[in-house]
Design a protein around this ligand. Sequence first.
Ligand code: ZN
Ligand code: ZN
Length: 313
Amino acid sequence: LKAIVFDGRNSHFATDLPKPLPEPGESLIQVELAAICNTDREILKGYRPDYRGVLGHEFVGIVRESPDPSLLNRRVVGEINLTCGLCLYCSSGRPHHCIERRALGINDKNGAFAGYLTLPTSLLHPVDEALPAEKAVFCEPLAAALRITEQVEFAPGTPVALLGDGRLALMICQSLAATQDVDLTVFGRHPEKLALFSPYAKTFGAIDTEDTFEVVVDATGNPASLSDAIALTRSEGTLVLKSTYAEKAHIDISMVVVREIRMIGSRCGPFKPALELLQTGKVDLPPLTCFAPEDFKKAMESKTFKAALDFRS
Ligand SMILES: [Zn+2]
Ligand SMILES: [Zn+2]
């Protein structure tokens, strides 16, 4: 099996991995495409030094073995959090925070940068025939973008600032525009990337902290932007944090206390509405750039909108 394996410090391309064996309740999925995410880059920088195994968590593939016969040979996407179903969090509607949580390609579960993967069948979502693999693979990050809409209630016309002009920011921008009545402003450093946001939001290259917003979403992937994010948030407003970093952030936390800012961490989100947005074309992202799994290093360095490893041949 071709796979990209992380040893705690480095990653390498392997060809000798055995096909994984599904545990009880799991399905075996033949990976078609597995997309590279910033989290993968952060793992290589030291964000998850305890992780060993196959990287990758954004995938689309075909079910080859399953306890659910209706899924056989269907194209699926999959949620990435494996949960125990019994702990404090699982039994109180917060399974994404399961104490025993394992996560595909991130924590104690071999990931999607491989010819095959296994996942609990309950985490799989069949994809409409009409939706190509190249679009379906955006489901996981788009679900993460939609998590904001589960955590924040947006009154009509709410002024919202989005910091960042990368992949996740574009998914947040499009999903907010498609599902909420908000007044959206995007701040980014790259004019060529900002152009992708202009159909959905006002865009600015520089931050002017004279303007403030009821809701600010930080999706820059850079801890240095947090001071700006706090300054842009109105007192008693909400700051949503979408980025994880290997480094620590330095912020004036007293500002958050005095100005009574609500800070919300935001991670994985709902797959069903994400698939729906892709299937109805309400969210339409720039094309993927596909690489052979052998060219993993090149794919990691790619500056295109989204790079993916193609395991189909
Ligand atoms: Zn991801
Ligand atoms: Zn649990």
